[in-house]
Design a protein around this ligand. Structure first.
Ligand SMILES: *Cc1c(COP(=O)(O)O)cnc(C)c1O
Length: 451
């Protein structure tokens, strides 16, 4: 029996952590992360692990950035908290709003704050329905999302998302519908990329016609589906989607919680992919995870209507526009600029990852590799031809993930896909180490399966 510290004991006795099977957690125990610096996290057993997931898709500037610590400390001394409910606000959040508008696509000039991606998406659901009510079309309530879409874990955000397992646990509210995502690895078959883009987008039109266009409020999509397994749409998909939204006058919500703040080589994937969303969800990379904060970018079309119509929008949180989070977000955006992280992703590391990840294609376990910006997935398969997936799905992915972590690489498994979402401060050499360790983990998984 390994020696159990007090910390591990407290953890296992008292803490019920997110997205966990509490029974198996009791058996397997929990890794305590004690500190981190740069791209390395350290655990209480003394292991150093390269974090190729940037925490949970969020620590975009890396760990241990003094500028962010300093920004938080200064703001805490000056004004640790004040609410923005009753005609009051704070300097940090006002400055952050101006900054966000300056980097956002042109038509997005208004911001509502919250504390998590889930809350931001709940805010959007209420906002969009409020908008349609004010427009005299209160029957427009349905929001269409996609299978494998992830929009958070509150009841509404999970209902909007397309995770079946979550729906089955009391997160399946009325007025949410889902279409199949453009997941080429599973669904493209013999179609060309163009055909696949068109046929995948056509599912939205069919769904709108099935529901009745006059009942549909919005379509929601992550530009690249993250937690669903880094599902990258074929070229042209969103052009078709946006045409369909325009044709039926429905709003387009882009959930950029993962793709925002440089991950695709521009501030937002909306810029990389030429999207014109009416509303955008932001969280994670907004503060590089140093403080909880999320935001909703609201287009002029919607904001102007709300402003002109007047009437209170009965919505907000105690910590909406929290000054310390706002100060950290500002410092984080400054750092991204000062370090040239977005240019580095666009010009250096993303093209390098795209090229180098192909090295893994020939591995007997690999059915497909794909990447977009600094997001990547390596799909593991039972047989390359077909491809034939593992049955049950997910066990081999978990084995491979464990091998990777044991060799000092933090990655995530989604079904049997190995997911990478490294800090934007990664250099080429960090990508080399990541792919080497992933290759070793694949080899170790393969030998285990051959036994
Ligand atoms: C993580 C995530 C969310 C939810 O954010 P939380 O802060 O965990 O509530 C929403 N949308 C996307 C795309 C995400 O990746």
């Amino acid at each position: 029996m390994p020696i159990q510290t007090d910390i591990q004991y407290f953890e296992e006795q008292y803490h019920l952590p997110p997205f966990s099977d509490f029974k198996s957690l009791k058996k397997e125990g929990t890794r305590i992360i004690t500190h981190a610096d740069g791209h390395i996290i350290y655990d209480s057993d003394g292991n150093a692990i390269l974090d190729a997931m940037a925490g949970l898709w969020c620590v975009n500037v890396g760990y241990g950035r003094e500028e962010l610590v300093e920004a938080a400390a200064q703001q805490m001394q000056k004004l640790p908290y004040y609410n923005s409910f009753f005609k009051t606000s704070n300097e940090a959040v006002a400055r952050l709003s101006a900054k966000l508008v300056s980097i956002a696509p042109e038509h997005l000039n208004h911001i509502i704050y919250a504390n998590s991606g889930s809350e931001a998406n709940d805010t959007i659901i209420r906002l969009v329905r409020h908008y349609w009510s004010l427009k005299g079309q209160p029957q427009r309530r349905v929001i269409i999302g996609r299978e494998y879409g992830y929009h958070g874990s509150t009841i509404m955000a999970a209902s909007m998302g397309g995770m079946k397992a979550m729906h089955e646990q009391s997160a399946n509210e009325a007025d949410f519908e889902h279409i199949r995502p453009p997941y080429g690895f599973l669904y493209q078959g013999n179609q060309t990329e163009r055909q696949f883009a068109e046929s995948s987008a056509r599912l939205l039109k069919e769904k709108i016609l099935e529901i009745g266009a006059d009942k549909v409020a919005a379509f929601v999509a992550e530009p690249v589906q993250g937690a669903g397994g880094v599902i990258i749409p074929p070229d042209g998909y969103f052009d078709h989607i946006q045409k369909i939204c325009a044709e039926f006058g429905i709003l387009f919500i882009a959930d950029e919680v993962i793709t925002g703040f440089g991950r695709t080589g521009n501030w937002f994937a909306s810029q990389t992919m030429n999207l014109k969303p009416d509303v955008v969800t932001l969280a994670k990379g907004l503060t590089s995870g140093y403080m909880p904060m999320s935001a909703v970018l609201v287009s002029d079309k919607i904001a102007d209507h709300l402003i002109n119509e007047g009437g209170e929008f009965y919505h907000g949180f105690t910590y909406s526009g929290h000054p310390v989070s706002a100060a950290v977000a500002l410092a984080n955006l400054d750092l991204i600029e000062k370090d040239g992280l977005i240019e580095r992703v666009r010009e250096v590391t993303a093209p390098y990852l795209t090229k180098e990840i192909k090295r893994l294609d020939s591995h007997p376990l690999v059915g497909e590799t794909r990447s977009f910006g600094l997001l990547a997935c390596v799909e593991l398969v039972k047989h390359k031809s077909g491809p034939v997936l593992f049955d049950p799905i997910g066990e081999v992915g978990m084995k491979c993930r464990d091998h990777a972590i044991n060799s000092g690489l933090m990655v995530r498994a989604v079904r049997d896909g190995m997911i990478l979402s490294p800090p934007l401060s990664f250099e080429k050499t960090d990508i080399d180490i990541t792919l080497e360790k992933l290759q070793q983990a694949l080899d170790a998984t393969y030998s285990e399966l051959m036994k």
